[in-house]
Design a protein around this ligand. Sequence first.
Ligand code: MSP
Length: 644
Amino acid sequence: MSSFYVTTPIYYVNDYPHIGHMFTTIVADVVARYHRLAGDDTYFLTGTDEHGQNIERTAREKGIPPLEQANLVAGRCEELWREIGISHDDFIRTTEPRHHAGVRAIIRRIEAAGDFYSGQHEGWYCPRCETFYTEKELGPDQQCLVHEAPTEWKSEENLFFRLSKYQQPLLDLYRDNPRFVRPETRLNEVRSFVEGGLKDLSVSRSNLSWGIPFPGHPGQTVYVWLDALTNYISALGFGRKDTVLYERYWDTTDGVRLHLIGKDILRFHAVYWPAFLLSAGLPLPHTVWTHGWWLKDQKKVSKSVGNVVRPDDLMERFGSDSLRYFLMREMVFGQYASFSDEAFVDKYNADLANDLGNTVSRVVTLSRRAFDGQTPPVACADNPLIEAAAKAVADYRAAMDELAFHTALAGLWKLLSEANQYFVEREPWKLIKSEGATEKLSRILWNGLEATRIVTVGLLPFMPEVAPRVLAALGVARPPHGFEALEWGGTPTSALLPEPQPLFPRIDKQDYLEDAMDDKTQQAQKTDEPTAKEKGPGQIDIDRFFETELRVATVIEAEAVPKSNKLLRIQVALGDEKRQVVAGIAQQYAPEDLVGKQVVVVANLKPAKLMGLESQGMILAASEDGKPVLLHPGQPVANGVRVR
Ligand code: MSP
């Protein structure tokens, strides 16, 4: 059994993880689970990148030590990874002594190769990327293109790595191993960057205290990327006594080493990292597989752009597996994809509630009815679905090996639709009535169950929580191990079929989107602050409270918003001013009862659009079991007076 090692980037700890970080981690998890299913000796690493100026700065701004900041975010990552079913074998933190040992060890080897020297380093520096850029790599006004933020001119005495020496070896590497970078377009990008000439790389910083001291060079701290990249081997024991894992998953000729990354960090992984390893005389990864970005409103989802998506709400309502499915189905791996609540709900309803949920429920209900609560007694080894399934499985495996997840899933769905077609043509629901529980009916229903079972086995890496439940619903009590489970014939005959439970309840799209919009109005003023849940109980000072302008207003008109069950369009008098507020209270309040009532309004809230209508404020309500109860002054007061 050969070994398979898969890694995610280690994530910065200056902020909580968002959908972009979740995505790479889910991809790695799907890949790891798929290889475990294949029987490979699999090891899956993720973790956090905790050193550097950014983290130091964030912690300073919060008035806490950097390690406390790191603990907060690393803790949240581990918690979130648990919530979304990530099955990593290890979580490395770069502040751990085991990682420091690995970094010191690689530095010793690079030093022994004579690849470090001291020199003056100056250039345009992006503190967020922690990288120096040349003039031509920057946008107008020396802006960093990744962060669309200003860079700083910096000059200091540093240690340099002889990157230029590795130009030819790297070009040879790309030529001899065209799969070193995937997809191919990214390899071409990297190759032309290297062909353009490599400058030596500054690998220490003199003004940074939050990092690993550079061995043998007091006052110098290891450059964060040399520090961070080494996690892939330090986690396995490189630089320590116990190197069993390192030998099993990295220093082996009989194994595959795969780094999954977003395109933002391609150069570090496909140029610097192999150069460091070549210099240190260590084995290289086989493949650096690069994916595109999740976009929202046409921009990369990122903290600095301020459009992060933290899909806690989606997960709470639809389960984390539905989110995993959506992310893997929607992005053509390697390209860009756009995230929207609407697309999510559509996909959920169409693929999961409709196609998968209904197919399972139909075939199980029919079998139970015909065969006394059991799977059919007679299996079938000769029917058109066998060939369809064999083709679907072959396509699925080929796609999974190429990380073409959307193709793999589309192939499984094709088999589902073929199984449905097979049913439609044979009409087993009529046969039950006309002929009863015959052998013919048994074969038809068993075929339907079997095709659905194969689809579900293919889903195991994608939906680790739900797929076993679907299998159980199909009469397969224990989730299988090994690819044999993808072969035709696995559904047991005359096995107990539990009463079907709703697996993917349909979502009313309009209701959901309205709720989501309500939440958005409430958050319209929030930027990227951690949620109250993330922060834990806290206190704010009085000045912060007074930033919110609460005023009394009188309702002068109210009407239902067309096509909405929840929203009312309300005109209020706020002092001399008239304002329109859209509020989600239609289920509790009739418009006519509101006119003349006084309410409390958040008067300085950024306007937001709800169902196409501008809402210029928010009416305060107590939320009892999620139902709004409006707050009124105890006695009439002048419109516009402040509430404090
Ligand atoms: N700490 C470095 C990585 C060091 S690896 C030795 C870093 N961290 S990060 O927190 O910024 O995470 C970057 C990674 O998060 C990207 O490479 C990508 O995997 C993921 N994503 C962050 N935003 C993303 C999107 N909007 N879309 C998809 N993934 C992106 O860089």
